[in-house]
Design a protein around this ligand. Structure first.
Ligand SMILES: Cc1cc2nc3c(=O)[nH]c(=O)nc-3n(C[C@H](O)[C@H](O)[C@H](O)COP(=O)(O)OP(=O)(O)OC[C@H]3O[C@@H](n4cnc5c(N)ncnc54)[C@H](O)[C@@H]3O)c2cc1C
Length: 285
């Protein structure tokens, strides 16, 4: 197995496109575990952490561009990002422990393609877009189009995610991510819910986006949940309707962490609670 640490996006693309069995290495908190367990045996490992675009956070006119390999700890320390997108930051902040936070990245969380990845519903709710580099240049794809099933991405050979773009926040908007786990930390989501919403000056919801994790083969976008909020004051009735829409949209499996019935019910509960937090944040913006 060869280890490469290119210093530019173009060099990384050339390496990834040039051989079969290449794997990108960001924080390694999934990749190295899978290597050690013998689940994967790549021919080349391409460490992307020496590429400046991959490890920086920038903001222009309210739009944030987050390098795909920036560790979670740096997101949490970025005051402007935390203010604009607290839900995205808290989704990533729930990943692992303090040690894991020093390594684990948004790009790795997305491209590992776990249906339970914590940052993904929050990024989808935020309408985040991936900047992807590959042999044919750069392209953009919404986050929801990248992780398409357990362990599967839509990235073509030679492609990797360079950065994640978070749009400009309108006034009176807020987001939140909540997950249910049986323990208080260091566990995988049984259900995760990301909600982002915008209010007008009178407090009526004008836009909303709702995403659920861990209740289908990939993170879900729940349009009916968003519709339940839009046009309302996000009152109890709207939150009830949101919860019902999320429970109806969930198509979970039963596994050792939760049954279908439990996950279905908790989908509605997590979405309602996340929406209530997003609402408070929107009111204070
Ligand atoms: C103890 C522990 C606790 C954890 N807890 C959680 C948790 O609570 N919630 C959660 O969601 N996850 C959790 N994880 C999983 C893991 O930490 C996260 O998925 C993390 O965000 C992965 O990021 P990384 O940078 O370490 O990715 P890596 O391990 O470097 O990469 C993961 C995968 O994505 C690919 N990849 C990485 N970056 C890119 C890129 N830019 N473009 C294309 N492909 C790329 C790699 O090739 C690999 O297949 C935990 C892991 C451990 C070991």
């Amino acid at each position: 197995m060869r280890y490469e640490a290119p210093g530019s996006v173009d060099e990384a693309v050339a390496l990834l496109a040039g051989a079969d069995g290449c794997r990108v290495l960001a924080g390694g908190t999934d990749l190295l575990v899978q290597l050690r367990a013998g689940m994967i045996s790549p021919s080349v490992i391409v460490d992307i952490k020496n590429i400046p675009e991959l490890t920086s956070i920038s903001e222009k006119d309210g739009v944030f561009t987050v390098g795909a390999a920036v560790p979670g700890a740096e997101l949490s320390e970025h005051a402007a990002l935390c203010k604009a997108w607290p839900g995205v930051v808290e989704g990533m902040d729930l990943v692992g422990s303090t040690q894991i936070q020093g390594r684990a990245s948004l790009g790795g969380n997305l491209c590992n393609a776990s249906p339970a990845a914590d940052s993904v519903p929050a990024m989808i709710a935020a309408r985040a877009v991936c900047i992807i580099a590959g042999p044919n240049g750069q392209r953009e794809a919404p986050v929801e189009d990248v992780a398409i099933g357990p362990g599967k991405t839509s990235l073509a050979k030679g492609e990797f995610v360079v950065s994640i773009r978070l749009p400009k926040r309108p006034p009176h908007s807020g987001d939140a991510y909540l997950r249910f786990i049986p323990r208080t930390e260091m566990d995988i989501a049984v259900v995760g819910a990301g909600v982002s919403l915008t209010l007008d000056d009178s407090g009526t919801c004008t836009d909303a986006r709702v995403s659920l994790g861990a209740v289908a083969a990939r993170a879900l976008i729940v349009d009916a949940g968003a519709k339940a909020l839009i046009g309302t004051k996000v009152d109890d009735a709207a939150l009830e309707a949101l919860g019902a829409a999320c429970s109806a949209a969930a198509t979970p499996i039963t596994d050792k962490r939760g049954t279908i019935e439990f996950r279905t019910k908790v989908s509605g509960v997590m979405a309602r609670r996340a929406a209530a937090i997003a609402l408070e944040r929107a009111r204070s913006n």
